[in-house]
Design a protein around this ligand. Structure first.
Ligand code: PLP
Length: 378
């Protein structure tokens, strides 16, 4: 039996990516920046409707790094970050020599807890340093409590960097994720809802910020005929070839969201009568998710040792890729010495949680997944 592997999240092609790439080659724009990049930015700006300005970059990680630079985060400054996230949300804080301060999740959105956020801010101020920025995350495409979280940030006048890497196409009360923070970031890595093979973007609300981001992303060149530099520059611009992939991908963004939401509905039905498993569900209609990844919690019950890890291994035996939820940053060896505010919500989610294959599932693949689940629980 050699079943083909079912992956967690694979790219899907529209078929027109090659057309834009071919154009880049025919016009010899095999460069960083160029017409495809500008068109891709324009498409994204139109997609976000609200007054949004987009700078296309070579990764989501570089977008977060530039966001910190644009907000003036320097060595020794403190930056609050949701603990339950992928490491790329927090690593750029260290690139700047700043100090990450991690905050727990809440159990209903799995995202940053507004109460612990406020406790963290108050305590850091009491200890002598007001945090310079807050990095929030819409984990797995599920919006955080935008109103509560931003009310706290506004109360203390701290800018928010909205990590929307997993949430392109998600929205809260009809407003698209990525547009709530002082700055928003996107990722077009190969596993995200659309891809440029590798890429990211910074979303801001003024052309001045967009141009400032562009300046830093293209080596911080001063106005001069020779190469002249007064500030540290970075090589973070998106490649014109990669932007061609992005233009092709934009044509199917809505289809990818539909497909992932359909996959999510399949899992909800599959687990409906299995008491040990709860499929993550958003609080109410205000929270619209792109369902980038469908996630579940597995309660260990006596029967057959039905815990998360055993279920993951049962999937693995059938050559189906699943992954535990992201391990919280405050539990990571590289970050564990930094301050943390919260209880053990994120930790508990990590212990019980599993991400399931969430791309476009064929009927055959759905049946393979169903078989593993029914054999395991029933
Ligand atoms: C993927 C991801 C990033 C980083 O994006 P890259 O384009 O891979 O650099 C940042 N934050 C979160 C939450 C992500 O999932």
């Amino acid at each position: 039996m050699h079943n083909k592997r079912i992956y967690l999240s694979l790219p899907k092609q529209s078929g027109s990516e090659q057309k834009y790439i071919k154009n880049a080659f025919e016009t010899n724009w095999i460069t960083s920046g160029g017409p495809n990049v500008e068109e891709f930015e324009h498409k994204l700006e139109k997609y976000f409707e609200e007054k949004s300005f987009v700078t296309a970059l070579n990764s989501g990680t570089s977008a977060i790094h530039l966001a910190l630079i644009l907000l003036g985060v320097k060595a020794g400054d403190e930056v609050i970050c949701q603990s339950m996230t992928f490491s790329a949300s927090a690593n750029p804080i260290l690139y700047q020599g700043a100090v990450p301060v991690f905050v727990d999740s809440e159990s209903d959105t799995w995202n940053i807890c507004p109460q612990f956020l406020e406790i963290a801010i108050q305590d850091r101020i009491k200890r002598g340093k007001k945090p310079k920025a807050i990095i929030t995350v819409h984990l797995y495409g599920n919006p955080y409590k935008v109103e509560e979280v931003h009310a706290v940030a506004n109360k203390y006048d701290i800018p928010v960097i909205e990590d929307s890497a997993e949430a392109l196409g998600s929205s809260f009360k009809g407003q698209k994720c990525g547009t709530f923070g002082s700055l928003g970031i996107l990722s077009f890595n190969g596993n995200k809802i659309i891809t440029t093979s590798s890429g990211g973007a910074l979303i801001s609300n003024s052309v001045a910020v967009k141009n400032r981001a562009l300046f830093f992303a293209t080596q911080a060149k001063d106005k001069a005929v020779h190469y002249q530099h007064s500030e540290i520059g970075y090589n973070y611009r998106m490649s014109n070839v990669c932007a061609g992939i992005g233009l092709g991908q934009m044509e199917i963004l809505h289809k990818n969201i539909e497909a992932r939401r359909e996959t999510n509905a399949f899992y909800k039905e599959l687990f409906r009568n299995i008491d040990e498993v709860t499929v993550f569900e958003n609080l109410n209609q205000d929270f619209f998710s792109n369902c980038w990844l469908t996630t579940i919690l597995v309660e260990a019950q006596n029967k057959k040792n039905s815990n998360r890890e055993n279920l993951r291994m049962a999937f693995e035996d059938a050559n189906i890729e699943c992954r535990p939820l992201w391990k919280p940053m405050h539990l990571q060896p590289i970050f564990e010495k930094h301050p943390y505010y919260g209880e053990n919500t994120a930790e508990e989610l990590f212990d019980k949680g599993l991400c399931l294959p969430s791309g476009n599932l064929s009927l055959e693949n759905k049946n393979r997944i169903k078989e593993v689940v029914l054999n395991f629980f029933v």
